[in-house]
Design a protein around this ligand. Structure first.
Ligand SMILES: NC(=O)c1ccc[n+]([C@@H]2O[C@H](COP(=O)([O-])OP(=O)(O)OC[C@H]3O[C@@H](n4cnc5c(N)ncnc54)[C@H](OP(=O)(O)O)[C@@H]3O)[C@@H](O)[C@H]2O)c1
Length: 217
């Protein structure tokens, strides 16, 4: 498939590399057409000849499916740059968290009665926004087998068809075996607020490689 990865940080690079290694064509998007991180990423993956880069708009136009891997507090801005028309009718897998990193204690820029997932869906009503993967470190996102046990990833979104597609992609591409559909896009609130617990767990365990496992009787 042709896939857009919007974002040049750890998440964009990790997801982009995994998808290229799986044989997909990936365009990494950024504010600048020749962002140095995107250039270096494409060079690292050049053997595949399937790693290219461009602006957010170039990538969104290129991708059949789009990953939002941008800074949460800037995601709406980045997606506006990607362009409403370039994202129309496409699935947008939103990995972002609306975090404010100022100071030792992280806070959320939106929470309780709204979420970034919902803000994105409202701003792009003709895009199929599916919140997922935001509860896990980037390395675990694309390789849950790195953990000692089978753990859980969540999906939130308004379209049942789009969620079924993302569920299958998470399974086939990344190896997720336990995917819980939380419901419509308003359920982005809970997984975004989990980011604060994730931060506390990261500090308490001195590790980024962990996840939660939902166990029922
Ligand atoms: N790191 C993780 O393991 C992890 C895990 C779960 C969820 N997340 C979430 O995933 C997202 C990506 O995280 P990350 O650590 O890979 O990268 P990041 O540093 O949070 O974001 C990098 C991207 O944000 C874009 N950006 C920054 N400021 C911008 C602005 N003012 N306007 C438009 N775009 C802007 C950058 O654009 P340029 O390319 O132009 O510089 C870059 O592509 C975040 O929302 C994060 O909360 C991260």
């Amino acid at each position: 498939m042709k896939i857009a990865v919007l974002g040049t940080g750890m998440v964009g690079q990790t997801i982009g590399s995994k998808l290229v290694q799986l044989g997909h064509e990936v365009m990494m998007g950024s504010r600048d057409a020749d962002n140095p991180k995107a250039v270096m990423w494409a060079k690292k993956e050049e053997a595949s000849q399937h790693a290219i880069f461009g602006t957010f708009a170039n990538a969104a136009a290129f991708g059949e499916i789009i990953f939002n891997c941008t800074l949460g507090s800037a995601s709406l801005n980045a997606l506006q740059q990607a362009g409403v028309d370039n994202m129309k009718g496409k699935i947008l897998i939103d990995t972002s968290n609306p975090l404010n990193y100022d100071g030792d204690i992280w806070t959320l820029t939106v929470c309780n009665t709204d979420s970034l997932g919902e803000q994105i869906q409202r701003a792009f009503p003709e895009t199929l926004v599916i919140k997922s993967l935001n509860t896990i470190n980037s390395n675990v996102m694309v390789d849950p087998g790195k953990l000692d046990e089978k753990t859980t990833v969540f999906i939130s979104g308004n379209s049942a068809d789009a969620k079924a597609t993302v569920n299958k992609l998470l399974h086939d591409w990344f190896g997720w075996r336990s995917v819980i559909d939380l419901g419509d896009i308003t359920t982005s609130r809970s997984v975004e607020m989990y980011a604060i617990l994730w931060r506390n767990l990261r500090q308490a365990t001195s590790s980024q490689r962990f996840n939660i496992k939902v166990v029922a009787s």
